[in-house]
Design a protein around this ligand. Sequence first.
Ligand code: FES
Length: 249
Amino acid sequence: MSENHGPLHVQTPLRASDEPYDPQTLADLVRDAELIVARYPQKRSALLPLLHLIQSVDGYVTGRGVTFCAEQLDLTEAEVSGVATFYTQYKRHPNGEYTVGVCTNTLCAVMGGDLIWDTVSEHLGIGHDETTEDGKVTLERVECNAACDYAPVVMANWEFFDNQTPESTVRLVEDLRAGKDVTPTRGATSVCSFKQMSRVLAGFSDGRADEGVGAGPASLEGLRIASGEQTYTRTAPAPAPEASKEQQS
Ligand code: FES
């Protein structure tokens, strides 16, 4: 195990920021915030996408971003901070250009996710929610990505890299750091930056949602069985030798 494992959730306080947005950035933020708020019957419901919008500009939830959200939504800064510090997708310190999430939930862990985590953490010299010195990769342990049929799974800015190994994951992070093109296993054909991804999560489509194959053959197997296209055959495991002897006596 790497000695560089940080705490599971780094408790960086959200500080007020003395640095205001420049006029153009502020005007763009206000315009985008109005579009987001208009989608909801109540202003306050727009807080989650608005926090992603802040991350798309600042790279994390800054103090000035908290102030901006509070002003736009008629909330207190404490209310905004309470939400921003609850969800792990909101970053409390500058995030790398790529968030690389290694699933270490039960199935991925036993299929190799724990080994992937240890290897890539050791390789990069960083732990959970820490970023490489070049600012390229933030490493995260992530919970189930609903891709258990392709365990162990690694995500890069929420794009799928299925059936990974320690070697393939080290190659992935090194390619990302070197600025090489990487191709996810399913879905979009490339990986965008953390800021670009945050803008999509704020509700502004980049037109790539329908790129590539969403569900692979393993994900669709149950559907094919349910529709009668495929027959389900249960194969009982062979009894252990001792059990067979007991059964015979
Ligand atoms: S346990 Fe890893 S994707 Fe479900």
